[in-house]
Ligand binder design. Structure first.
Ligand code: M6R
Length: 368
Protein backbone atom coordinates (compact mmCIF):
# COMPACT_ATOMS: atom_id res chain seq x y z
CA UNK A 1 0.00 0.00 0.00
CA UNK A 2 3.04 2.26 0.39
CA UNK A 3 3.82 1.53 -3.23
CA UNK A 4 7.39 0.46 -2.55
CA UNK A 5 8.20 3.45 -0.35
CA UNK A 6 9.36 3.10 3.25
CA UNK A 7 6.84 5.67 4.53
CA UNK A 8 3.46 7.01 3.49
CA UNK A 9 4.96 10.46 3.84
CA UNK A 10 7.65 9.77 1.25
CA UNK A 11 5.06 8.21 -1.07
CA UNK A 12 2.86 11.28 -0.65
CA UNK A 13 5.76 13.64 -1.39
CA UNK A 14 6.29 11.75 -4.65
CA UNK A 15 2.58 11.85 -5.46
CA UNK A 16 2.58 15.63 -5.62
CA UNK A 17 2.84 16.03 -9.41
CA UNK A 18 -0.33 13.96 -9.80
CA UNK A 19 -2.07 15.57 -6.81
CA UNK A 20 -1.46 19.04 -8.24
CA UNK A 21 -2.54 18.01 -11.74
CA UNK A 22 -5.72 16.44 -10.31
CA UNK A 23 -6.48 19.59 -8.34
CA UNK A 24 -6.26 21.64 -11.53
CA UNK A 25 -8.21 19.16 -13.63
CA UNK A 26 -11.42 20.46 -15.20
CA UNK A 27 -11.08 23.87 -13.59
CA UNK A 28 -9.90 25.74 -16.66
CA UNK A 29 -12.05 25.98 -19.79
CA UNK A 30 -10.78 25.85 -23.35
CA UNK A 31 -11.77 29.51 -23.61
CA UNK A 32 -9.18 30.37 -21.01
CA UNK A 33 -11.64 30.87 -18.17
CA UNK A 34 -11.57 29.47 -14.69
CA UNK A 35 -14.47 27.19 -13.90
CA UNK A 36 -15.25 26.74 -10.22
CA UNK A 37 -18.84 25.51 -10.34
CA UNK A 38 -18.58 24.33 -6.78
CA UNK A 39 -18.54 27.88 -5.47
CA UNK A 40 -22.20 28.19 -4.65
CA UNK A 41 -21.97 31.81 -3.63
CA UNK A 42 -23.36 34.05 -6.34
CA UNK A 43 -21.02 36.34 -8.30
CA UNK A 44 -23.13 39.29 -7.06
CA UNK A 45 -22.43 38.36 -3.46
CA UNK A 46 -18.75 37.83 -4.17
CA UNK A 47 -18.54 41.24 -5.85
CA UNK A 48 -19.79 42.85 -2.63
CA UNK A 49 -17.15 41.24 -0.42
CA UNK A 50 -14.88 43.86 1.13
CA UNK A 51 -12.65 41.69 3.28
CA UNK A 52 -11.33 38.14 3.22
CA UNK A 53 -10.36 36.27 6.36
CA UNK A 54 -8.37 33.07 5.91
CA UNK A 55 -8.39 30.57 8.75
CA UNK A 56 -6.39 27.43 9.34
CA UNK A 57 -4.01 25.63 11.68
CA UNK A 58 -0.42 24.50 11.21
CA UNK A 59 0.41 23.80 7.60
CA UNK A 60 -3.01 24.99 6.44
CA UNK A 61 -2.32 28.32 8.11
CA UNK A 62 0.93 28.64 6.18
CA UNK A 63 -0.95 27.95 2.94
CA UNK A 64 -3.24 30.80 4.00
CA UNK A 65 -0.27 33.14 4.40
CA UNK A 66 0.71 32.48 0.79
CA UNK A 67 -2.92 32.95 -0.27
CA UNK A 68 -3.03 36.39 1.30
CA UNK A 69 -0.13 37.61 -0.83
CA UNK A 70 -1.62 36.15 -4.00
CA UNK A 71 -5.20 37.26 -3.39
CA UNK A 72 -4.30 40.81 -2.38
CA UNK A 73 -2.10 41.13 -5.45
CA UNK A 74 -4.63 39.76 -7.91
CA UNK A 75 -7.92 40.82 -6.38
CA UNK A 76 -7.04 43.92 -4.35
CA UNK A 77 -9.32 42.95 -1.45
CA UNK A 78 -7.82 43.27 2.03
CA UNK A 79 -7.05 39.81 3.29
CA UNK A 80 -6.24 38.68 6.82
CA UNK A 81 -4.81 35.33 7.81
CA UNK A 82 -5.54 34.04 11.22
CA UNK A 83 -4.79 30.97 13.28
CA UNK A 84 -8.13 29.26 13.77
CA UNK A 85 -7.40 28.81 17.47
CA UNK A 86 -7.05 32.57 17.94
CA UNK A 87 -9.86 33.77 15.72
CA UNK A 88 -12.97 33.20 17.77
CA UNK A 89 -11.63 34.38 21.07
CA UNK A 90 -10.67 37.91 20.12
CA UNK A 91 -14.02 39.29 18.92
CA UNK A 92 -13.00 39.48 15.25
CA UNK A 93 -14.72 41.89 12.86
CA UNK A 94 -16.66 39.69 10.44
CA UNK A 95 -19.97 40.49 8.80
CA UNK A 96 -22.00 39.65 5.66
CA UNK A 97 -19.43 41.50 3.53
CA UNK A 98 -16.67 39.22 4.81
CA UNK A 99 -15.59 36.12 2.95
CA UNK A 100 -14.11 33.55 5.27
CA UNK A 101 -11.84 30.92 3.71
CA UNK A 102 -11.27 27.89 5.93
CA UNK A 103 -8.35 25.69 4.90
CA UNK A 104 -8.26 22.15 6.28
CA UNK A 105 -6.86 18.97 4.79
CA UNK A 106 -8.91 16.70 7.04
CA UNK A 107 -12.00 18.88 7.29
CA UNK A 108 -12.28 17.81 10.94
CA UNK A 109 -9.98 20.18 12.81
CA UNK A 110 -11.92 21.43 15.83
CA UNK A 111 -10.28 24.86 15.99
CA UNK A 112 -11.09 25.55 12.36
CA UNK A 113 -14.62 24.21 12.69
CA UNK A 114 -15.35 26.42 15.69
CA UNK A 115 -13.92 29.41 13.83
CA UNK A 116 -16.21 28.96 10.82
CA UNK A 117 -19.22 28.42 13.05
CA UNK A 118 -18.42 31.74 14.65
CA UNK A 119 -17.95 33.44 11.27
CA UNK A 120 -21.27 32.14 9.99
CA UNK A 121 -23.06 33.29 13.12
CA UNK A 122 -21.89 36.80 12.20
CA UNK A 123 -23.38 36.39 8.72
CA UNK A 124 -20.08 35.86 6.93
CA UNK A 125 -19.85 33.59 3.85
CA UNK A 126 -17.57 30.62 4.23
CA UNK A 127 -15.63 28.75 1.56
CA UNK A 128 -13.75 25.64 2.65
CA UNK A 129 -10.61 24.39 0.97
CA UNK A 130 -10.52 20.74 1.91
CA UNK A 131 -9.16 17.36 0.89
CA UNK A 132 -11.74 15.09 2.51
CA UNK A 133 -15.08 14.58 0.80
CA UNK A 134 -18.09 15.00 3.02
CA UNK A 135 -16.11 15.96 6.13
CA UNK A 136 -17.54 18.35 8.71
CA UNK A 137 -15.92 21.65 7.69
CA UNK A 138 -17.15 21.50 4.06
CA UNK A 139 -20.59 20.40 5.27
CA UNK A 140 -20.82 23.45 7.48
CA UNK A 141 -19.52 25.86 4.81
CA UNK A 142 -21.41 27.66 2.04
CA UNK A 143 -19.11 26.22 -0.60
CA UNK A 144 -16.06 24.01 -0.91
CA UNK A 145 -13.11 23.77 -3.24
CA UNK A 146 -11.81 20.25 -2.93
CA UNK A 147 -8.13 19.56 -3.32
CA UNK A 148 -7.88 16.26 -5.14
CA UNK A 149 -4.73 15.04 -3.42
CA UNK A 150 -6.14 11.63 -2.49
CA UNK A 151 -5.95 10.34 1.10
CA UNK A 152 -3.06 11.76 3.09
CA UNK A 153 -1.95 9.21 5.67
CA UNK A 154 1.36 10.62 6.92
CA UNK A 155 0.80 12.89 9.91
CA UNK A 156 3.13 15.47 8.39
CA UNK A 157 1.20 17.15 5.60
CA UNK A 158 2.91 17.27 2.19
CA UNK A 159 0.65 16.87 -0.83
CA UNK A 160 -2.07 18.37 1.36
CA UNK A 161 -0.07 21.60 1.52
CA UNK A 162 0.90 21.94 -2.13
CA UNK A 163 -2.65 21.23 -3.29
CA UNK A 164 -3.99 23.74 -0.76
CA UNK A 165 -1.70 26.29 -2.36
CA UNK A 166 -3.04 25.42 -5.80
CA UNK A 167 -6.65 25.71 -4.57
CA UNK A 168 -5.85 29.10 -3.03
CA UNK A 169 -4.40 30.33 -6.32
CA UNK A 170 -7.50 29.11 -8.14
CA UNK A 171 -9.77 30.90 -5.67
CA UNK A 172 -7.75 34.11 -6.04
CA UNK A 173 -7.86 33.96 -9.81
CA UNK A 174 -11.56 33.15 -9.76
CA UNK A 175 -12.32 36.17 -7.58
CA UNK A 176 -10.18 38.28 -9.89
CA UNK A 177 -12.08 36.94 -12.89
CA UNK A 178 -15.54 37.70 -11.56
CA UNK A 179 -14.64 41.07 -10.10
CA UNK A 180 -12.82 42.14 -13.23
CA UNK A 181 -9.22 42.95 -12.68
CA UNK A 182 -6.56 45.09 -14.14
CA UNK A 183 -4.33 42.09 -14.59
CA UNK A 184 -6.60 40.27 -17.07
CA UNK A 185 -3.70 38.79 -18.99
CA UNK A 186 -2.08 37.73 -15.80
CA UNK A 187 -4.91 35.26 -15.10
CA UNK A 188 -4.09 33.38 -18.26
CA UNK A 189 -0.36 33.54 -17.62
CA UNK A 190 -0.75 32.22 -14.10
CA UNK A 191 -3.08 29.44 -15.26
CA UNK A 192 -0.45 28.41 -17.79
CA UNK A 193 2.16 28.44 -15.08
CA UNK A 194 -0.04 26.38 -12.78
CA UNK A 195 -0.37 23.72 -15.49
CA UNK A 196 3.41 23.49 -15.66
CA UNK A 197 3.84 22.94 -11.92
CA UNK A 198 3.47 19.12 -11.94
CA UNK A 199 6.40 18.77 -14.35
CA UNK A 200 8.51 21.18 -12.31
CA UNK A 201 7.76 19.37 -9.05
CA UNK A 202 8.68 16.12 -10.81
CA UNK A 203 12.00 17.64 -11.83
CA UNK A 204 12.76 18.37 -8.17
CA UNK A 205 11.75 14.85 -7.14
CA UNK A 206 14.05 13.40 -9.79
CA UNK A 207 16.92 15.03 -7.89
CA UNK A 208 15.85 13.80 -4.45
CA UNK A 209 19.17 11.99 -3.94
CA UNK A 210 21.02 15.33 -3.66
CA UNK A 211 18.72 16.37 -0.82
CA UNK A 212 19.11 12.97 0.85
CA UNK A 213 22.91 13.33 0.78
CA UNK A 214 22.58 16.71 2.44
CA UNK A 215 20.31 15.19 5.07
CA UNK A 216 22.98 12.60 5.93
CA UNK A 217 25.67 15.29 6.11
CA UNK A 218 23.60 17.36 8.52
CA UNK A 219 21.82 14.68 10.53
CA UNK A 220 23.97 15.30 13.65
CA UNK A 221 22.92 18.97 13.83
CA UNK A 222 20.33 19.89 16.43
CA UNK A 223 19.28 23.43 15.51
CA UNK A 224 18.09 24.60 12.13
CA UNK A 225 17.01 27.95 10.75
CA UNK A 226 14.80 28.52 7.70
CA UNK A 227 14.59 31.97 6.11
CA UNK A 228 12.41 33.42 3.40
CA UNK A 229 10.75 36.65 2.43
CA UNK A 230 7.39 37.38 0.82
CA UNK A 231 5.80 34.00 0.04
CA UNK A 232 9.16 32.40 0.81
CA UNK A 233 8.48 33.21 4.46
CA UNK A 234 5.56 30.79 4.91
CA UNK A 235 7.52 28.24 2.87
CA UNK A 236 10.35 28.63 5.41
CA UNK A 237 7.90 28.17 8.29
CA UNK A 238 6.60 25.02 6.64
CA UNK A 239 10.14 23.65 6.20
CA UNK A 240 10.80 24.26 9.89
CA UNK A 241 7.51 22.66 10.94
CA UNK A 242 8.26 19.49 8.95
CA UNK A 243 11.58 19.08 10.73
CA UNK A 244 10.02 19.67 14.16
CA UNK A 245 7.18 17.24 13.56
CA UNK A 246 9.03 14.20 12.36
CA UNK A 247 12.70 14.74 13.23
CA UNK A 248 11.94 16.32 16.66
CA UNK A 249 14.67 18.85 15.97
CA UNK A 250 14.70 22.44 17.03
CA UNK A 251 13.97 24.39 13.88
CA UNK A 252 12.73 27.91 13.39
CA UNK A 253 11.45 29.79 10.41
CA UNK A 254 11.90 33.55 10.18
CA UNK A 255 11.12 36.29 7.74
CA UNK A 256 14.62 37.00 6.45
CA UNK A 257 14.13 40.74 6.85
CA UNK A 258 13.58 40.24 10.57
CA UNK A 259 17.02 38.72 11.10
CA UNK A 260 18.71 41.91 12.13
CA UNK A 261 15.85 42.69 14.53
CA UNK A 262 16.86 39.83 16.79
CA UNK A 263 17.13 36.28 15.43
CA UNK A 264 20.62 36.77 13.97
CA UNK A 265 21.91 36.66 17.53
CA UNK A 266 21.30 32.91 17.72
CA UNK A 267 23.39 32.04 14.67
CA UNK A 268 26.28 29.81 15.73
CA UNK A 269 29.18 28.66 13.58
CA UNK A 270 28.13 25.65 11.50
CA UNK A 271 24.41 26.10 12.19
CA UNK A 272 22.49 25.02 9.08
CA UNK A 273 20.48 27.92 7.64
CA UNK A 274 18.16 27.21 4.73
CA UNK A 275 17.39 30.28 2.66
CA UNK A 276 14.65 30.46 0.05
CA UNK A 277 15.60 33.00 -2.58
CA UNK A 278 12.86 34.55 -4.74
CA UNK A 279 13.30 34.34 -8.50
CA UNK A 280 15.47 37.05 -10.04
CA UNK A 281 12.96 39.63 -11.10
CA UNK A 282 12.01 43.21 -11.43
CA UNK A 283 11.83 44.06 -7.74
CA UNK A 284 14.65 44.19 -5.23
CA UNK A 285 13.42 41.23 -3.24
CA UNK A 286 15.94 38.84 -4.72
CA UNK A 287 18.91 41.08 -3.90
CA UNK A 288 17.67 41.68 -0.38
CA UNK A 289 17.56 37.95 0.31
CA UNK A 290 21.03 37.51 -1.18
CA UNK A 291 22.24 40.10 1.37
CA UNK A 292 20.54 38.11 4.11
CA UNK A 293 22.53 35.03 3.05
CA UNK A 294 25.73 37.06 3.33
CA UNK A 295 24.74 38.23 6.80
CA UNK A 296 24.33 34.71 8.18
CA UNK A 297 27.37 33.45 6.30
CA UNK A 298 29.45 36.16 7.93
CA UNK A 299 28.45 34.68 11.32
CA UNK A 300 29.72 31.27 10.27
CA UNK A 301 26.41 29.63 9.39
CA UNK A 302 26.29 26.78 6.93
CA UNK A 303 24.06 28.09 4.15
CA UNK A 304 21.76 25.88 2.13
CA UNK A 305 20.30 28.06 -0.57
CA UNK A 306 17.18 27.27 -2.57
CA UNK A 307 17.32 29.49 -5.62
CA UNK A 308 16.25 29.59 -9.23
CA UNK A 309 18.41 27.33 -11.40
CA UNK A 310 21.18 29.39 -12.95
CA UNK A 311 21.04 32.11 -10.30
CA UNK A 312 24.73 33.07 -10.29
CA UNK A 313 24.37 35.60 -7.50
CA UNK A 314 23.91 33.07 -4.73
CA UNK A 315 26.73 30.67 -5.56
CA UNK A 316 29.53 32.50 -3.74
CA UNK A 317 27.54 32.67 -0.48
CA UNK A 318 26.13 29.14 -0.48
CA UNK A 319 27.62 25.99 0.97
CA UNK A 320 24.95 24.06 -0.90
CA UNK A 321 22.67 25.27 -3.70
CA UNK A 322 19.39 23.54 -4.46
CA UNK A 323 18.18 24.69 -7.87
CA UNK A 324 14.48 25.40 -8.31
CA UNK A 325 12.86 25.41 -11.76
CA UNK A 326 11.90 28.87 -12.96
CA UNK A 327 8.51 30.04 -11.78
CA UNK A 328 6.98 33.38 -10.81
CA UNK A 329 7.40 34.54 -7.23
CA UNK A 330 3.84 33.89 -6.03
CA UNK A 331 3.92 30.25 -7.13
CA UNK A 332 7.43 29.52 -5.88
CA UNK A 333 6.38 27.98 -2.52
CA UNK A 334 4.93 24.98 -4.37
CA UNK A 335 8.44 24.19 -5.58
CA UNK A 336 10.52 25.44 -2.65
CA UNK A 337 8.74 23.25 -0.12
CA UNK A 338 9.47 19.98 -1.95
CA UNK A 339 13.21 19.73 -1.09
CA UNK A 340 12.35 20.77 2.48
CA UNK A 341 9.84 17.91 2.76
CA UNK A 342 12.39 15.45 1.36
CA UNK A 343 15.02 16.76 3.76
CA UNK A 344 12.83 16.36 6.85
CA UNK A 345 11.72 12.89 5.79
CA UNK A 346 15.29 11.74 5.25
CA UNK A 347 16.66 13.24 8.49
CA UNK A 348 13.82 11.66 10.49
CA UNK A 349 14.48 8.31 8.81
CA UNK A 350 18.19 8.57 9.56
CA UNK A 351 17.37 9.28 13.21
CA UNK A 352 15.23 6.14 13.37
CA UNK A 353 11.94 7.92 14.00
CA UNK A 354 8.49 6.73 13.01
CA UNK A 355 7.96 9.21 10.18
CA UNK A 356 4.30 8.44 9.59
CA UNK A 357 3.27 8.52 13.23
CA UNK A 358 5.49 10.98 15.04
CA UNK A 359 5.31 11.13 18.80
CA UNK A 360 2.68 13.37 20.41
CA UNK A 361 0.88 14.15 17.15
CA UNK A 362 -2.43 13.08 15.62
CA UNK A 363 -3.39 13.30 11.97
CA UNK A 364 -6.45 15.34 12.71
CA UNK A 365 -6.89 17.35 15.84
CA UNK A 366 -10.54 17.03 16.78
CA UNK A 367 -10.34 18.75 20.15
CA UNK A 368 -9.84 22.46 20.73
O1 M6R B 1 -6.48 18.78 8.68
P1 M6R B 1 -6.05 20.20 8.82
O2 M6R B 1 -5.48 20.77 7.54
O3 M6R B 1 -7.10 21.10 9.38
O4 M6R B 1 -4.87 20.15 9.88
C1 M6R B 1 -4.27 21.33 10.34
C2 M6R B 1 -3.01 21.02 11.10
O5 M6R B 1 -3.29 20.26 12.24
C3 M6R B 1 -1.99 20.28 10.24
O6 M6R B 1 -1.66 21.00 9.09
C4 M6R B 1 -0.71 19.99 11.01
O7 M6R B 1 -0.02 21.18 11.29
C5 M6R B 1 0.12 18.99 10.22
N1 M6R B 1 0.55 17.91 11.05
C6 M6R B 1 1.28 19.63 9.52
O8 M6R B 1 2.16 18.72 8.96
Amino acid sequence: EKGGFDWFMRKEIFEQPKAIADTLLGRYSARGELVLDEIRISPETLRRIDKIVIIGCGTAHYAGMVAKYAIEHWVRIPCEVELASEFRYRDPIVNPQTLCVAISQSGETADTLQAIRHAREQGSHVIAICNTNGSTIPRESDAVIYTHAGPEIGVASTKGFTTQLVACYLLGLYLAQIRGMKYGDEIRDVMDELQQLPAKVQELLDHASTVYELAHQLADQEDYIFLGRHVGYPAALEGALKLKEIAYLHSEGFAAGELKHGPIAIINPDMPVFVIVPPQGRDQLHDKVVSNIQEVRARGARTIVLAEQGDEHVVQFADTVIGLPTVSTLLQPVLAVVPLQLFACEVATALGNDVDQPRNLAKSVTVE
